[in-house]
Design a protein around this ligand. Sequence first.
Ligand SMILES: CCCCCCCCCC/C=C\CCCCCC(=O)SCCNC(=O)CCNC(=O)[C@H](O)C(C)(C)COP(=O)(O)OP(=O)(O)OC[C@H]1O[C@@H](n2cnc3c(N)ncnc32)[C@H](O)[C@@H]1OP(=O)(O)O
Ligand SMILES: Cc1cc2nc3c(=O)[nH]c(=O)nc-3n(C[C@H](O)[C@H](O)[C@H](O)COP(=O)(O)OP(=O)(O)OC[C@H]3O[C@@H](n4cnc5c(N)ncnc54)[C@H](O)[C@@H]3O)c2cc1C
Length: 615
Amino acid sequence: MGGRVNEDLIKERRKCTFDIKELTHIIDCGEENTIKRKQIDNYILNIKELWDDVPEEYLSHKERYENAIKKAFIVLKVLRQLHTGNIQITDHRTPTNVYSIQDGIFRNVNPLLIHIGLFWSTIAAQASTEQQAEWLQPDSSMIGTYVQTELGHGSFIRGIETTATYDSTTDEFILHTPRLSAYKWWPGGLGNTANACLVMAQLYINGTCHGLHIFLAQIRDFDTHKPLPGIKVGEIGPKMGFNTADNGFLGFDNHRIPRTNMLMKNVQVLRDGTYVKPKHDKLTYGSMLLTRVTLISDLAYQLSKAATIAVRYSAVRRQSPIKSNEPERQILDFVSQQHKLFITIASSHVYRVVGLWMWNSHKRVTADIHEGNMGQLPELHALACCLKAISSRDASALVEQCRLACGGHGYMMASNLPQIYAYTTAAVTYEGEYTVLLLQTARYLVKFWRLAAEHKPLPQNFAYFEDYIKKNFEQWRNSPEGIIEGFKAIVAGKTKAAYDTLQCNLRNGREFEEAWNMASVQLTNASEYSTISRNDIEALQSRYEELLALIRPNAVGLVDAFDIRDEVLCSTLGAYDGRVYERMMEEASKSPLNEDVVNESFHKYIRPVTMKNKL
Ligand SMILES: CCCCCCCCCC/C=C\CCCCCC(=O)SCCNC(=O)CCNC(=O)[C@H](O)C(C)(C)COP(=O)(O)OP(=O)(O)OC[C@H]1O[C@@H](n2cnc3c(N)ncnc32)[C@H](O)[C@@H]1OP(=O)(O)O
Ligand SMILES: Cc1cc2nc3c(=O)[nH]c(=O)nc-3n(C[C@H](O)[C@H](O)[C@H](O)COP(=O)(O)OP(=O)(O)OC[C@H]3O[C@@H](n4cnc5c(N)ncnc54)[C@H](O)[C@@H]3O)c2cc1C
């Protein structure tokens, strides 16, 4: 769409007091990354076949999938070319990598997301060198997915019922789904696309169960794509979002795979059925850990999209004067609107920084694990659980806040805010449900509180538990350091309260697990335990309002710095030129209900009723 940029946006950009490009480079972790990102953006976004004539909302469930899969294979081909051309495309230091461009191309989810993001990375992390040499070929025929969750079990994965029984006479595993609740349910790309999968199953050797292990299984013929004998596979149906993700179900009827298809980097089953244990029994859960870490950056990116849309719209939208004799104001001038939006911009930066820090920690801990040192794994797991849970829950709430901040127009699919919300809120559940993950972190904290309560030595990271017990916390200071101290006090106080409840339940004769369950609300809910006073809160509030006013002239600059192209933002409300009403009208004209001046339903259903008395 051609035409001038909205006058209000032009003025906002003139007001900006900082160098937008410099912030973009910081977000991208360096100017060279910005240049590379833009090259990839230009390359991919110029592929004509990736753009739809008809908005995807007007397609049927089946058409949406077929459209998405067409695009997915164009993108896959490009990814392969870029890899061959040695362009690093999966660098998570930059949330706005090629993976993010896909948000624009699909406006939903790439059906190959799990193939690219989880299938290959799990093989790379969990398969032996020989297996990797065989399976990680660039021209592989495998289109894979990660198959863990079952109809009956998602969170409690030790309860998974699919079995893999070793048959030493044929040197094979027999994969089997013993009952309906053991059907795999949810894996992305499984419904119609994948011909192979990594399946989590309980390993049985000579009648002994060795727990969950990962197996590579072919499920469809590479040539005809028909399900192999003994495989029942299909798609699970429409969902709140993720409707192009092709989530599927899968059952095995004594399906045989070679012994060498168990992922054997950390654990082995030998030809004679000997089981060689891993160095740490949770290494099998490594893919979940990695995805939780990468998700934090992805959520930062979703927030930057929502903030860009809502801030630009709020600069363009004028409604109500503040004083009755004045013209109507930009809604961005209302302090309550600033409060809704600026926190989203800030949170995006916070999650980006934390996501990067977690990514680097993951790299470091993985290198240690390679050297046989597992010492840092529990802390990384506890941090990943908590940060994944909190960032997904907060991001969903903030995206919804941005949507509401756009009033009625935020309810339009063409604003793209409903799709961003549906995508973001899924992350509260997948890859470890919110409460379940918080309880994992609580388990870790309670362990260290017990040490503190028993006056045993604590690692440096937990010295503040001891400070709390000795009442060594400083008086509240209204500064970043003071706020961090305050948070430490809250964590210590909350952990103590939960620990005390646990102890009380135990003293009353409860078993530990039961006592834990009874304390679980305390274990997940925060309270105020810091030394903050009423006066401090008032001071914080007024500083916050001062900051809103300081940020106001830079609001549009701050979201421009996210540097998200219109083709990726896919929003009538958030485009760079701010031509909101023109775009809305143009999108409305694409509705199939506007194709005929009089819809045929009038003649079939309306007229016979409205004209009845007159005929
Ligand atoms: C091109 C680039 C692509 C990039 C991709 C980026 C992706 C970003 C966007 C993605 C978007 C969409 C993707 C959608 C993907 C969705 C995929 C899925 O959902 S797959 C299924 C995920 N499922 C889960 O997460 C299940 C959650 N449940 C669990 O993780 C576990 O069951 C549990 C941790 C809750 C409990 O495990 P359990 O075996 O029962 O363990 P115990 O309670 O007995 O013991 C806990 C013990 O183990 C330690 N532990 C647990 N997990 C780990 C781990 N992962 N690593 C290390 N340690 C772990 C824990 O600390 C405890 O230790 P103790 O010492 O005993 O205290
Ligand atoms: C969009 C999407 C994509 C997905 N993709 C995949 C995929 O590619 N591969 C795959 O294998 N899976 C996938 N999943 C499945 C996903 O990982 C699970 O749904 C998720 O782990 C939650 O498990 P659940 O459904 O069993 O929830 P449940 O555990 O049944 O949760 C229901 C409620 O019970 C509570 N609860 C459960 N256990 C406890 C406990 N111990 N203590 C306290 N409360 C508890 C929860 O907090 C929640 O409130 C996907 C899911 C979604 C929504």
